[in-house]
Design a protein around this ligand. Structure first.
Ligand code: ZN
Length: 307
């Protein structure tokens, strides 16, 4: 457990897949600690959590989930059981959590969707297989208390910053942003278009980044990697990255229709494993849909041309 400014503590759990670790944060406050995010719901939760809880000088009073991705929400049920604390999650995010992990046919629907955008069947089959392996580790907490923009949690302001996930929330207090995966220092957070996601996730994300620049936090606590000492500059860099990516995506289009998969090959190359291919395709689709809205691309029958 690492000690950070303002008495905040950081827990780091290893992950079996990239990015190989995830951070959870403990914020000191009224009546105990606020735990932000829960890691993946891997086996032996007791062995993972008990030393952490023993090392605290008070109870965990509440648990906040920034977004429904498995490495942040997947340990929710275990964390709730072992701390006895109430779980709080964004309203939109919990809705999506149930829509995705709560339905038996999720991996099938995702595979069908990606096949419809040109993903080859053998890659889709690998993804179905991965979902079957990881499914049991997504142990999210049912029926949390729902949070929305403007709420306060123990003096921390709740911000809805959609993009990396449609219902992603962050906490802000005294210039410290508990960022989840909204801002990462070393990698750009993935932004993808999925079945049931909002229609223009990249547009949402660019607006959330502009809002972050206006809010001007002085420190961001990220879900992966190092602390971000200059969140405003980092937000500007990520906006710049996507502007460039949008130009590259536009350049990959011509008069002949291209599928999202074709475009993802042009942007990310062909040397990716199945999971990397899935993120590349979803990210290419997010860029293509943004281009459609900017009048720089046309979508017809699920494929794209230049305008
Ligand atoms: Zn995430």
């Amino acid at each position: 457990m690492a000690e950070l400014p303002d008495g905040i503590r950081r827990l780091t759990f290893p992950l079996p897949m990239g990015p190989l670790h995830v951070h959870c944060y403990l914020l000191p406050g009224e009546g105990g600690w606020t735990l932000v995010d829960t890691g993946l719901g891997l086996p032996e939760a007791e062995a993972r959590w008990e030393p952490v809880l023993r090392g605290l000088d008070g109870p965990v009073a509440r648990i906040v989930v920034t977004h429904f991705h498995p490495d942040h929400a997947g340990g929710g049920e275990d964390a709730r059981r072992l701390t006895g604390a109430q779980v709080l999650q964004g309203e939109r995010d919990y809705e999506q959590c149930e829509q995705v992990w709560g339905r038996e046919d999720w991996s099938e629907r995702l595979a069908d969707y990606l096949l419809g955008h040109g993903l080859p069947e053998p890659v889709a089959e690998e993804l179905r297989h991965e979902s079957r392996i990881f499914g049991p580790f997504i142990r999210w907490a049912r029926d949390p208390l729902r949070l929305a923009e403007g709420d306060e949690v123990d003096g921390w302001k709740v911000l809805e910053l959609p993009g990396h996930a449609d219902g992603h929330i962050c906490l802000l207090r005294d210039g410290v942003l508990v960022a989840g995966d909204h801002l990462l220092g070393e990698i750009t957070p993935t932004v993808g278009l999925y079945p049931d996601s909002r229609p223009d996730p990249l547009g949402d994300y660019l607006a959330s980044l502009e809002r972050t620049i206006e809010l001007a936090p002085k420190l961001a606590l990220a879900g992966h990697g190092e602390l971000i000492a200059d969140p405003v500059s980092r937000a500007r860099e990520i906006v710049e990255h996507h502007r460039k990516r949008l130009d590259e995506t536009a350049a990959a289009l011509g008069p002949e229709p291209r599928t999202g998969y074709d475009v993802s090959l042009a942007l990310f190359g062909d040397n990716l494993d199945a999971s990397g291919r899935r993120f590349a395709l979803a990210e290419a689709l997010a860029h293509l849909e943004r281009l459609v809205r900017e009048g720089r691309a046309v979508r017809q029958m699920g494929a794209y041309t230049d305008s």
